[in-house]
Design a protein around this ligand. Structure first.
Ligand code: NAP
Ligand code: HSE
Length: 436
């Protein structure tokens, strides 16, 4: 029987992970779908680079991306090269050529997903993206299908494997930030530009993609408040631990009075919460539906075969609808999860109106009246103190004073910190994180 032919753009971490699974599980997959999956063509930048996985004899390696869209034999184009412009052009051409597309590219989907979904709709082709969010965790299918009848009230996730790996290594092994990042890069977790991981942009891309599926609304990336983990110090990790928390990079979105509140921030998570136990390159997503209640998914969020597994799930889903002569004419995949319709813009809760508890670390001169002045400023800004502690003795660089607050409004928190940072006893600017 004719195999389903794949055209693969990119043979790095994800592409080679996919090839390795196909090599190992090929017969099993054939048993499931009745057809063989065959990587017909692979496009890379450098034909001489050593590769981490083998391909079947006869697989063509090329640097010419147009081979994937012009070869009539290729049924599904699999985009795992990353980046924006070349990936956009490839996916657009593939969809216009009537080919299904599977992509792991959350950056592209967050920025230009709506355009590409419209092109897929016009051409009746599939644009599937399970691997784009949370690596091997089947969160896209869960939101699109399993929880399709629920109204999602809240979504909370650890969505970046690299940032979680770095924070885990800093917390459990006392590793420094740069060493942990370098190890994450060696393990294939990080983006080509790791700034995306450590500054929170990658988690933000995923949150945009998932919010469309969860809420049926588009929260534009440009509006999303994003804070990465570069300001998280070993001192804050230790102080958080003393208060019973771990620091995690959290992506969150919820419905508040009909508006969407969302953002990406480092946050203190109570050590008894499951999310605090998610370590290494693992991700987790907690979705609260109005019927099902809370659902939690946990698994590897980055790496070769975990991500390859998610790419393969999409390929298998599409391959089931490709008949022996090519694409099944009657099959019109629902890519957006809303009968392929455009996703309307969300009404956004202004980030400064959002409410949360906070961790504050002020670094101040150790002298009479300082605690009183800080407490007064907090009271003046309607911030109620839950816990407070001064750590250590006076040093030339000041002494840390840590507060845990009750729930407060982001606007009041920002104004209070500005006021205290300007006081003459302040030695270093305040470090603040939200608390879950
Ligand atoms: P990678 O290891 O850097 O691999 C990228 C591959 O694409 C390489 O084989 C590269 O060729 C090829 N490539 C890049 N630009 C190209 C171009 N213009 N023309 C032809 N080939 C090109 O990246 P990756 O980690 O696999 O990530 C790929 C995509 O998956 C990204 O969108 C990423 O965000 C996403 N993703 C990654 C993970 C993960 O754990 N790594 C998880 C989920 C999603 P050469 O090998 O010749 O340089
Ligand atoms: N760089 C990403 C991460 C890959 O670390 O989570 C998975 O999307």
């Amino acid at each position: 029987m004719k195999s389903v032919k794949l055209g693969l753009a990119g043979f790095g971490t994800v592409g080679s992970g996919l090839a390795a699974i196909l090599e190992e599980n090929g017969e099993w997959i054939e048993r499931r779908i009745g057809r063989r999956l065959e990587i017909a063509t692979v496009v890379v930048r450098d034909l001489n680079k050593p590769r981490a996985a083998a391909t079947a004899p006869g697989t063509e390696f090329t640097t010419d991306l147009t081979r994937l869209t012009t070869d009539p034999e290729i049924d599904i184009v699999v985009e795992c090269m990353g980046g924006l412009d070349s990936a956009y052009d490839l996916i657009r051409s593939a969809l216009e050529a009537g080919k299904h597309v599977v992509t792991a590219n959350k950056h592209l989907l967050a920025e230009r997903g709506p355009e590409l979904f419209a092109i897929a709709r016009e051409n009746g082709t599939g644009l599937s993206f399970e691997a784009s969010c949370a690596g091997g965790i089947p969160i896209v299918q869960t939101l699109k299908n399993s929880l399709a009848g629920d109204r999602v009230l809240e979504m909370l996730g650890i969505l970046n494997g690299t940032a979680n790996y770095i924070l885990s290594e800093m917390t459990t092994k006392g590793m420094d930030f740069a060493t942990a990042l370098s190890k994450a890069q060696d393990l294939g977790y990080a983006e080509a530009d790791p700034t995306f991981d450590v500054e929170g942009f990658d988690a933000a891309h995923k949150l945009c993609v998932l919010s469309r599926l969860a809420f049926g609304l588009d929260y534009p990336l440009s509006e999303l408040p994003i804070q990465g983990i570069t300001a998280v110090t070993p001192l804050d990790i230790e102080l958080a631990r003393e208060f019973g928390y771990r620091i995690k990079l959290m992506a969150h979105a919820r419905v508040v009075d009909g508006k969407i509140e969302a953002g990406v921030h480092p946050a203190l998570v109570k050590y008894t919460f499951l999310l605090a136990r998610v370590g290494g390159n693992y991700n987790a997503v907690r979705v609260v539906g109005n019927a099902v209640g809370p659902v939690m998914l946990h698994g590897q969020g980055a790496g070769d075969t975990p991500t390859g597994s998610a790419v393969l799930a999409d390929i298998i889903d599409l391959a089931k609808h490709i008949d022996r002569s090519g694409c099944d004419e009657a099959y019109r995949p629902d890519n957006t999860g809303f009968r392929n319709a455009d996703i309307p813009l969300a009404e956004i809760l202004p980030p400064e109106e959002s409410r949360s508890s906070y961790y504050f670390r002020f670094t101040v001169a150790d002298r009479p009246g300082v605690m009183a002045a800080i407490s007064k400023s907090m009271a003046d800004h309607s911030i109620s103190i839950a816990q407070a502690v001064q750590k250590g003795d006076e040093q030339s660089e000041g002494v840390p004073v840590v507060f845990i607050t009750h729930e407060s409004r982001a606007r009041d928190v920002a104004a209070c910190i500005d006021e205290i940072d300007a006081m003459d006893f302040t030695v270093q600017p305040c470090v603040s994180f939200r608390i879950l």
